[in-house]
Design a protein. Structure first.
Length: 104
């Protein structure tokens, strides 16, 4: 039976939207922009660096999703959001790695 790529895409989009909404709710509700403003207010130095790295390639909604997704590089499988207080440099390194063009 052939794969219906439209349904697969719709299902993926639906899962992403559900996850985004869960993350936004966990971050106090509202829009991605509002969630980033709150994170920036509570962690100004770290979030300024993270946003500077990630905005080169990601929208605000994608940055929020990235913050709540396990990062296998610098965060060793943990969510950047969970490391903001105790390991801010790790979060910044993960953001830098996520947008690096090349590795020398």
């Amino acid at each position: 039976m052939p794969v219906n790529r439209t349904d697969t895409h719709a299902e993926t989009t639906g899962r992403w939207e559900t996850r985004r909404d869960q993350v936004l709710l966990a971050l106090g509700g509202g829009t991605a922009e509002e969630a980033l403003e709150r994170l920036l207010a509570s962690h100004p130095t770290t979030m300024t660096a993270v946003i500077d790295h990630l905005r080169r390639r990601l929208s605000d909604a994608e940055i929020v999703a990235w913050m709540a997704a396990p990062d296998t590089w610098a965060c060793r499988g943990r969510q950047p959001l969970d490391l903001l207080d105790d390991e801010p440099e790790t979060v910044i390194e993960a953001a830098r790695h996520a947008t690096a063009d090349t590795w020398d």
